[in-house]
Design a protein around this ligand. Sequence first.
Ligand code: SAM
Length: 232
Amino acid sequence: MVMQHTVAPVGIVRSCFMEKFAIPRQPQLAPAARGVLELLPPFDQPEAVEGLDQVSHVWLLFLFHQALEEKPRLKVRPPRLGGNKSMGVFATRATHRPNGIGQSVVRLEGVEPGRLLLSGIDLLDGTPVLDIKPYVPYADSVEGAHNHMASAAPVAIPVQWANSALPQAREHALRLGEPLVALIEQCLAQDPRPAYQVPVAERVYGVKFWDVQVRWHYPQTDVICVLEVVLA
Ligand code: SAM
């Protein structure tokens, strides 16, 4: 008999990322990406997080709630490989996977009653978190480990600002009390466009971070220029 076991979220992430597009592919790539993990009863009680103040980073196990599928995939096409080469699902960190479980090491900025303050996240707003575990440096950081498919962080591309866009971003950063300029630069430098898409300079891309809409284009291949940052 196949064993079945039900799991339930211990909390929900409130994130700067309102849509999947332009979220970095892994945590830590955008240190300015912040969010709050709101704990659900009974885990919203102080006992559940006692001792967490001794920890700089936590593992989050979460549900890719916007990528859940009925039919399991054996092979996936990771964006990292250009989106046109397929790999065994277990060789990748693709969102479409059995049980839809993701895992990220994120920085723990603070512990408040019923909430954990996080940064360096790669999680969509509303992501259900199934478990939280402290990062254990001596065990979780493996000396000499390799992954020939993803051996280094993606190369960052230059991000420029059109005249009015930077003051707009600074104004919204002040209003939100968030490092919005750094967030935009760190996320767009990852070049969110699909790898197979060669952009024409006229094409404008957009994404929502917090409550603002960020629009940009590619004046040259592999150069981003932020055009505007306005209330969504
Ligand atoms: N670090 C995690 C892991 O390795 O399991 C996630 C890696 S996955 C490649 C990262 C991408 O997942 C992000 O770029 C974003 O587009 C997507 N994502 C984040 N939260 C999600 C959610 N709740 N549902 C569906 N997709 C999500």
